[in-house]
Design a protein around this ligand. Structure first.
Ligand code: GLC
Ligand code: MG
Length: 599
């Protein structure tokens, strides 16, 4: 009996110990999880996004045009350069007036790019490699060849108000004229007359890109169906195109659209910037639509599980507007509204001060707990290396990959690809074709869309065709994956070491930041985290050699010895060597990444 009691007691005390241990263990996992949660980020918050322009990435069938099979065959390259998620510019059925940004069927793949099976294969292989695929969602307009538009032209039931139609107005001589003076992005009126309906339709872009009517709930619903359809195919989210122009001001009490005021910034009456576009861009309704799309993403994840499906949105607006795209206290919005400041602010010139201004404009306006992101190029801009100056290529890539938040790389930036030189005869971009031989270079986007450079061989390894859809850019014999991978030093190697550092460094992923433009055109950024290495980025954006004391001019707490981790291509300093932050000499364009960890 006694022994029984005893054993019972032992049992009870054992139980107590187990319970205690269990509960304390439970409590301890909870706390550490909380602590980890504060630090741990969702995949997209530290992601390295990569934009693929499918027409120019890799041609698999020798027609001179990139395609899906081509992309699939190059996924290992994306893996090799550390890409988390690749965003594909539009791959949907299109007459290619704006190279896919004029969609004729939102549910179909463009046949010159491949088939739905090819797409499934692409997704499957990407997923197997751990790469996410993001599609371009073009909600503002459809092609005029889209079935919806054909139905709307005939006023078929359900499609009457799919687009923005208007009778126009009469001028002083009783002649019919467009409803308003609005201009399209690619020069000329934003209104086009159609005999069939005896009405004008709105197009904020080319004549063949017809603006959908977002005041029609059926359109809103149709576009959400498209999102769900592609989510079902396994995509990880969307880059949303041309968000600023989604909504326009409504008609007034007389059913008329107001004219826009003249901006005074140009005399070119066909150029969109001739007018102040406040009534046709960045409207309040647009923000709400972005919130609705976010809900589609979140609902989808709730139902189907899996990783967060993301929304990256194209927005060019003042910060007060852009920041609302993130959401507010009660509603979530885009995960990442693209930050184009390093493009737009630096148009005034590239200097430490403009870089600081660009970074400030985002970081000082971004609401708490949101994630920043950094973009230096895309298919609408001149090549980063050409725009910033070739000697600053690495300085810019290094900046994008060391600033806090997500990074975005446009295909070829990692190689330092430069602008193509495209004659008027070879020009295909509607933004340029709608102008003329004398001024097209001010508008053309073709130079940044030339074939990706894989090798020094025929067509840079892009295609076996005798002619590619756009000619190759200069210097492809040296600026290509093959050559850069086999050189001891190259833009690509620098990019890869940046990515490696970023993946292994908690400081770069979660650390705090501090930055400053110093005299003589130096920009310095410090990333730091308790208990981890401090990382310094310092770049000379000017054109003369400068010596700086970072301890006295920037941060007195810097250690007196730091290790050189990464340097720009022309730098003569030895990687792995000791650098004293009290005295660093930087040549024009030179950029360095230092770590507080000594070997
Ligand atoms: C976006 C795209 C651009 C396209 C336009 C119309 O700005 O990035 O390439 O021409 O929308 O869809
Ligand atoms: Mg092809």
């Amino acid at each position: 009996m006694k022994s029984l009691l005893h054993s019972r007691n032992i049992f009870l005390s054992l139980l107590a110990v187990v319970l205690y241990a269990h509960s304390s263990c439970w409590a301890c996992t909870l706390t550490s999880k909380n602590a980890a949660q504060a630090e741990e980020k969702d995949w997209w918050q530290t992601a390295q996004f990569y934009q693929i322009y499918p027409r120019s990435f890799q041609d698999s069938d020798g027609d001179g045009i990139g395609d899906l099979k081509g992309i699939t065959s190059r996924l290992e390259y994306l893996k090799d350069i550390g890409v988390t998620a690749a965003w594909l510019s539009p791959i949907f059925k299109s007459p290619m007036v704006d190279f896919g940004y004029d969609i004729a069927d939102f549910y179909e793949i463009q046949s010159e790019y491949g088939t739905m099976d090819d797409f499934r294969e692409l997704i499957a292989k990407a997923n197997a490699l751990g790469i996410k695929i993001i599609l371009d969602f073009v909600p503002n307009h459809s092609s005029d060849e889209c079935e919806w538009f054909q139905k709307s032209l005939r006023r078929e039931r359900g499609y009457e108000d799919y687009y923005v139609w208007h009778y126009g107005k009469l001028d002083a001589d009783g002649k019919r004229i467009p409803p308003s003076n609005w201009l399209q992005a690619f020069r000329g009126s934003a209104w086009e007359w159609r005999e069939e309906r005896q009405q004008y339709y709105l197009h904020q872009f080319a004549v063949q890109q017809v603006d959908l009517n977002y005041r029609n709930p059926a359109v809103v619903e149709q576009m959400k169906r498209i999102l769900r359809y592609w989510l079902d195919q396994g995509v990880a989210g969307f880059r949303v195109d041309a968000v600023p122009v989604l909504f326009e001001v409504e008609t007034d009490e007389n059913g008329q659209y107001p004219d826009l005021e003249v901006s005074g910034t140009t005399d070119d009456k066909d150029d969109r910037t001739y007018l102040k576009n406040n009534l046709v861009e960045n409207r309040p309704e647009t923000i709400d639509m972005v919130y609705q799309w976010r809900q589609v993403m979140d609902d989808y994840q709730r139902i189907h599980g899996g990783d967060t499906r993301v929304l990256l949105i194209e927005t060019y607006a003042p910060p007060a507007y852009t920041m609302q795209m993130y959401g507010n206290r009660s509603v979530e919005g885009a995960h990442l509204p693209f930050n184009f400041n390093l493009i737009t602010v630096l148009k005034q010139g590239v200097s430490a001060t403009t870089v600081q201004e660009a970074v400030d404009e985002w970081m000082k306006n971004m609401p708490a707990k949101r994630t920043a992101n950094w973009v230096i190029g895309n298919h609408d801009q001149r090549r980063a290396a050409s725009r910033y100056g070739v000697q600053r290529t690495d300085a810019m890539n290094m900046l994008v990959l060391t600033l806090p938040g997500a990074s975005v790389t446009y295909q070829g930036e990692e190689l330092g690809m430069i602008d193509g030189e495209i004659s008027w005869e070879d020009t295909v971009d509607p933004a340029a074709c709608n102008s003329n031989k004398d001024i097209y270079e001010n508008f053309t986007r073709d130079p940044s869309r030339t074939p990706f450079q894989w090798t020094a061989g025929t067509n840079a390894g892009f295609s076996t065709a005798s002619k590619t859809w756009l000619p190759l850019a200069p210097q492809y014999q040296t600026l290509n994956v093959d050559v850069e991978n086999s050189s001891a030093r190259s833009h690509l190697k620098i990019y890869k070491s940046l990515v490696e550092l970023r993946k292994s460094s908690k400081t770069l992923q979660n650390g705090s930041y501090k930055y400053k433009a110093l005299a003589e055109d130096l920009f310095v950024l410090k990333r730091f985290l308790n208990g981890d290495d401090t990382i310094i980025y310092v770049a000379n954006f000017g054109d003369k050699t400068v010596t700086v004391d970072l301890q006295s001019e920037f941060d007195a707490t810097l250690p007196s010895t730091m290790t050189l981790k990464i340097s720009s291509l022309d730098s003569t300093k030895t990687l792995g060597s000791d650098i004293n932050p009290k005295s660093i000499t930087l040549a024009a364009g030179e950029a360095l990444i230092l770590s507080s960890r000594t070997k």
